[in-house]
Design a protein around this ligand. Structure first.
Ligand SMILES: *[C@@H]1O[C@H](CO)[C@@H](O)[C@H](O)[C@H]1NC(C)=O
Ligand SMILES: *[C@@H]1O[C@H](CO)[C@@H](O)[C@H](O)[C@H]1NC(C)=O
Ligand SMILES: *[C@@H]1O[C@H](CO)[C@@H](O)[C@H](O)[C@H]1NC(C)=O
Ligand SMILES: *[C@@H]1O[C@H](CO)[C@@H](O)[C@H](O)[C@H]1NC(C)=O
Ligand SMILES: *[C@@H]1O[C@H](CO)[C@@H](O)[C@H](O)[C@H]1NC(C)=O
Ligand SMILES: *[C@@H]1O[C@H](CO)[C@@H](O)[C@H](O)[C@H]1NC(C)=O
Length: 357
């Protein structure tokens, strides 16, 4: 009531040109009578992306004597006169049939009701349109890549903005695709396992534009685990290889021992090749002293483990049983087999002797 009175007072002191428009202001919000429902005709609600231009159009006819566009209760344009001091607001057309303005570089604060006011035969009428501002989804804050020890609790954060408010989703991009997903800004994992390491993808989506997607790498540290360390046969005077496979994060350092003696790369007749997941000892020319019990030790910051591997003697015959010409018939095969069994036992016997003395 007070507001209206104050406005009325303002209006009385207004220039004559403005009097009509001021009257429209007073009537703003009064429902358009049903007979006039289609007139003045403003468009449906206008939806634009932040940064784009919005056109506000009002359909008029020749009976219309005064026109204005208002932002809430503020006049933006009255006829050809610009009232707004905002240089993003421009007049597009003021003809017998339409009266339209444009708001350039629309921002969130422009959202709201806009009113087209017209005066026809001394009757003021209004029509309202809502400007709806959309903002594509954007992730504004996301956890950095992390490395944690197995068993830790972690919490990943993904904060996104947009309009409408985007929905935020977490997904574990693992080759096993366990279908791990969370529909929240925070992804909590209790007692993380090594299988849960890898890339986590946060996706923020609304229907304005393509989702914003970002990734976080989670590294789960765990102590070495020797997955394979097989005893191996080698023939005297030939090449011999011992291999030790271990998984660990961070990757393990490998050490080799024979009894108490640490072996080094470059030891005579020996080479040591170590990669992230394995270490390999190569004997260029296996001698008697090379046979025996080796220990592979894998160490990282979380712990260590070891495995024993035997390099045992193998005879050439066991690998490539001699075959005379025409010796390919059943009887011979059976005897070959028997020979093989005996030859396979031999290295163990030899080793036994070797270790004893
Ligand atoms: C519309 O009004 C709002 C609220 O007063 C203001 O923040 C915004 O800048 C105005 N927009 C235009 C295009 O006049
Ligand atoms: C226009 O937007 C307003 C506010 O969001 C809403 O109340 C109204 O129903 C909308 N009208 C149309 C025709 O969509
Ligand atoms: C992880 O969370 C659980 C449950 O909240 C808690 O009992 C446990 O102590 C936490 N572990 C660590 C390492 O913080
Ligand atoms: C392997 O070592 C033996 C004994 O030292 C030697 O006789 C032989 O020639 C060596 N073989 C090769 C391929 O180097
Ligand atoms: C090899 O050595 C380890 C300890 O150094 C021992 O536990 C293991 O029994 C030995 N293997 C054989 C076949 O003697
Ligand atoms: C191998 O592991 C056992 C048990 O953890 C430990 O007692 C031994 O000292 C280790 N050997 C080496 C060479 O590290």
């Amino acid at each position: 009531m007070i507001m209206i009175r104050a406005r009325m007072h303002d209006c009385i002191s207004c220039a004559i040109l403005l009097a009509g428009i001021a009257a429209l202001l007073l009537l703003q919000g009064v429902p358009v009578r049903s007979g006039d429902a289609a007139f003045p005709k403003a468009m449906d609600n206008v939806t634009v992306r932040q940064g784009d231009s919005a056109m506000l159009r009002c359909i008029v006819d020749s009976r219309v004597t005064r026109v204005a566009w208002l932002n809430r209760t503020t006049i933006l344009y009255a006829g050809n006169d610009k009232w707004s001091i905002d240089n993003r607001v421009v007049l597009l057309s003021n003809t017998r049939t339409q009266y339209s303005i444009e708001i350039q570089n629309v921002d969130l604060y422009d959202e709201g009701p806009y009113t087209c006011s017209v005066q026809t035969d001394n009757h003021p009428k209004t029509s309202r349109v809502h400007l709806i501002v959309q903002v594509p989804p954007k992730i504004i804050e996301i956890s950095s890549n992390i490395a944690v020890n197995e068993g830790s609790n972690i919490s990943l954060k993904c904060i996104a903005v947009g309009r409408p408010e985007p929905t935020v989703n977490w997904r574990h991009l693992s080759p096993k695709a366990e279908g791990f997903a969370s529909e929240e800004e925070y992804l909590e994992i209790e007692g993380i396992t090594r299988e849960q390491s890898g890339q986590y993808e946060c996706s923020a989506a609304n229907d304005v534009a393509a989702p914003d997607v970002q990734k976080v790498k989670v590294t789960v540290n765990y102590p070495p685990y020797i997955s394979d360390a097989k005893s191996t046969g080698a023939t005297l005077g030939q090449k011999g290889i011992l291999q030790c496979d271990a998984s660990a994060v961070p990757s393990a350092d490998f050490y080799w021992y024979k009894e108490d003696k640490r072996l080094m790369d470059g030891n005579k007749g020996l080479s040591m090749e170590t990669k992230d997941t394995f270490s390999r000892l190569t004997f260029f020319n296996v001698s008697e002293q090379d046979y025996g019990n080796y220990t592979c030790v894998a160490i990282n910051m979380l712990g260590q483990t070891n495995a024993s591997i035997i390099l045992y003697e193998e005879t050439t015959a066991a690998l490539t049983p001699l075959k005379g010409p025409g010796a390919v018939h059943d009887g011979n095969k059976a005897s070959e087999k028997a020979g093989c069994v005996w030859l396979q036992l031999l290295p163990l016997l030899l080793l036994h002797l070797h270790l004893k003395f």
